[in-house]
Design a protein around this ligand. Structure first.
Ligand code: ZN
Ligand code: ZN
Length: 252
């Protein structure tokens, strides 16, 4: 099948796990391919370069990485992605779009992991776009709306909503339940929702029980759960929604 005959948007969960490798899964890394744009990532956890290659996805094609929040399992893969671009002689620019503070935290991460790497001259630009919570803006011709959520991480944590390839993809990131998630999901083609635990209360995270309790408020056409702990995986037979796994592909 030629690319033009395929679905307008393809979402691949390269990483669907939590921070701790539960179930042998990779950390948060969701790849979105559309006809109109270079592929984008939603989050780039520390394991993401490996996750992309395991899924057969070319890291060098990624145009924008949208970062929900500045925890290592969501942005810690960026130094590796950037260095991979350097050593593969990438030339196309890479944009990192994340919460206020993303530029400084990315620089710190690069310097901590590969000293000197933050100032290395490369054949490609790394551009940082900081997303003001509560606004809609265009990043590399993709419209993104962000909401501040409830997940302390040293910078405002965000839920994100992308308009890409004629589809709307909503993403909770990590957060305790907040009423704004109804707006994040409203009418979206796909809601990617954290479901860290099944029903045990855990601060600053969503559970399957929260998604069930608020199901009527979440008006997306489809919901896929991700960021799964061992507890959640142990309850998979009782889950009432689609559940991602590494390599899971959705055409919203
Ligand atoms: Zn987090
Ligand atoms: Zn996380």
């Amino acid at each position: 099948m030629s690319e033009s005959a395929g679905p307008p948007v393809t979402v691949t969960f390269a990483g669907s796990g939590d921070a701790f490798g539960s179930g042998g899964r990779f950390q948060a890394c969701i790849h979105v391919r559309s006809r109109d744009h270079a592929p984008v990532l939603l989050d780039c956890g520390a394991t993401s370069l490996t996750a992309l290659k395991a899924a057969g996805l070319d890291p060098g094609e990624i145009g924008v990485v949208f970062v929900s929040h500045l925890h290592g399992d969501h942005f810690g893969g960026l130094p590796f992605l950037i260095l991979d671009g350097q050593f593969t002689r990438r030339t196309s620019p890479l944009t990192v779009a994340g919460p206020p503070g993303t530029g400084a935290r990315l620089r710190e991460a690069m310097q901590a992991l590969f000293p000197g790497s933050a100032d290395t001259a490369r054949r490609f630009d790394v551009r940082v776009a900081e997303l003001a919570p509560g606004t809609t803006q265009a990043v590399a011709a993709i419209t993104v709306t962000s909401w501040e959520v409830d997940h302390p991480s040293g910078a405002p944590p965000l839920a994100l909503r992308l308009d890409v390839g004629g589809k709307t993809i909503a993403y909770t990131g990590d957060t305790a339940w907040t009423g704004d998630l109804a707006a994040v999901a409203a009418g979206a083609d796909l809601l990617i929702a954290e479901a860290y635990y099944f029903d045990k209360p855990v601060p600053y995270h969503l559970r399957h029980a929260d998604i069930v309790a608020h199901r009527s408020e979440l008006t997306s056409r489809r919901i896929v759960l991700t960021h799964l702990s061992a507890d959640m995986l142990a309850h998979e037979d009782r889950v009432e929604f689609d559940v991602a796994h590494d390599g899971f592909v959705v055409a919203p």
